[in-house]
Design a protein around this ligand. Structure first.
Ligand SMILES: *[C@@H]1O[C@H](CO)[C@@H](O)[C@H](O)[C@H]1NC(C)=O
Ligand SMILES: *[C@@H]1O[C@H](CO)[C@@H](O)[C@H](O)[C@H]1NC(C)=O
Length: 374
């Protein structure tokens, strides 16, 4: 199987590396390439097709599903989207693209993954994938309810609707082919830990960290199994990030020096170990090696702890406002100024990474897992 390669490896012409006398032509050629190549950064194995990227989960991969809802988990206003397609606040919780978009772009499918509930969605958009994800969602029903997001079971109902629409458009057989070969991305869990378990003392009376993370991981396994039941075969289930190191959590629980909050990170790690075991077990039971747990914890922690190594200057504050606490409603053009250089920051707001950080993480994940996807 072919390893993924970044565009820089495979399109830089060989003569650029061996001959400086070719500098003019080399420059010309490179400019031509970079201005004409659509992003297809990875090479799929021979005879492998990925028709669509289909996404579920929370604000990490929402693209505007909450835009018509009464919820705090909304960001369809400036400065969100300041770097998206000329500055459109679509409802993506970042300055630009989010991971689902970047994955689709790298696979050469399309530049971004629209929200399923986007009123401007065109029927043909369905063929190459949509996101059902909703800001505020969690694996535990109470998490989503508190935030006013779209619960995972409802995201699955929308997915059923989506399948019916596909069938009406392209027929039963082609629909099955699309579902079977598409990449399913599931990213959820941060809100359960940060906004449910640790934010609500009564929840801590009913659950221990161990029982709460077990509930999360069991619900995640059921979710993946349900997707399998619909015919999905390439299912990527992401773990939780180092939630104790995101700027807002440092501010509220990291003490005067805003340290990473160890007990939050420990909860993420505990969830991840249970999730990883559950997903591996599911993959074994169903004899489907392309149901895969994806570790996001280590690559993001690396960016946060060594921002300079990745070309960032700040890893512990968001770009929006003071960077200490602003997220969703508090990150707005009236009361929060945008930092001067967005690319200096790992985090866009106090909870969500910048597009630049997402790109680095997706590239790392492709390097690590790509061979296992197909
Ligand atoms: C790809 O498909 C072609 C045509 O069906 C076939 O000849 C070829 O052997 C396939 N290659 C691989 C690696 O399966
Ligand atoms: C919001 O602020 C940003 C940065 O200052 C600016 O570029 C953008 O035009 C503003 N958008 C709106 C809708 O006011």
């Amino acid at each position: 199987m072919e390893r993924p390669r970044s565009v820089h490896h495979h399109i830089i012409p060989y003569f650029c590396l061996v001959s400086s006398s070719m500098l003019f032509w080399c420059t010309f050629f490179l400019v031509l390439l970079f201005t004409t190549t659509t992003h297809a950064l990875v090479k799929l194995p021979e005879n492998t097709t990925v028709p669509a990227v289909i996404v579920f989960g929370d604000s990490i991969v929402d693209a505007g599903n909450n835009d018509d809802m009464i919820t705090e988990a909304r960001c369809d206003y400036a400065p969100y989207g300041i770097d998206f397609d000329g500055g459109v606040a679509t409802g993506r919780f970042s300055n630009g693209k989010v991971p689902g978009d970047i994955v689709a772009e790298e696979l050469g499918i399309k530049p971004s993954i629209p929200a399923y509930r986007d009123p401007n969605l065109k029927p043909e958009d369905l063929l190459t994938g949509v996101t059902f994800a909703s800001g505020g969602a969690g694996y535990v029903p109470l998490t989503t309810k508190l935030a006013g997001g779209i619960p995972l079971p409802q995201q699955l109902k929308y997915f059923e609707q989506y399948i019916a629409k596909l069938k009406a458009m392209v027929g039963e057989e082609r629909t099955q082919f699309i579902i079977k070969n598409s990449l399913f991305v599931v990213i959820c869990g941060s809100n359960d830990i940060a906004n449910d378990f640790f934010a609500l003392p009564p929840v801590q009376l009913h659950y221990t960290v161990a029982s709460f993370t077990a509930l999360m991981a069991d619900n995640a396994r059921s979710f993946a199994q349900t997707l399998y039941g619909y015919g999905a075969r390439r299912i990527l289930v992401f773990g939780a990030p180092p939630i104790g190191c995101v700027p807002s959590q440092r501010t509220v629980a990291g003490g005067p020096t805003r340290d990473c909050v160890a007990r939050f990170n420990d909860a993420s790690k505990l969830f991840n170990s249970k999730l990883s075991a559950n997903i591996d077990a599911l993959s074994t039971t169903l004899q489907d090696p392309t149901i895969i747990y994806i570790d996001i914890y280590s690559p993001l922690l690396d960016l946060i702890l060594s921002p300079q190594q990745y070309g960032f200057k700040v890893g512990d504050k968001g770009c929006c406002g003071t960077g200490l606490i602003e997220v969703t409603a508090l990150c707005n053009n009236y009361t929060a100024a945008v930092c001067p250089i967005r690319s200096d920051y790992v985090f866009w707001d106090s909870f969500h990474p910048t597009e630049k950080a997402y790109r680095i993480i997706v590239a790392k994940l492709f390097d690590k897992y790509f061979d296992r996807f197909f």
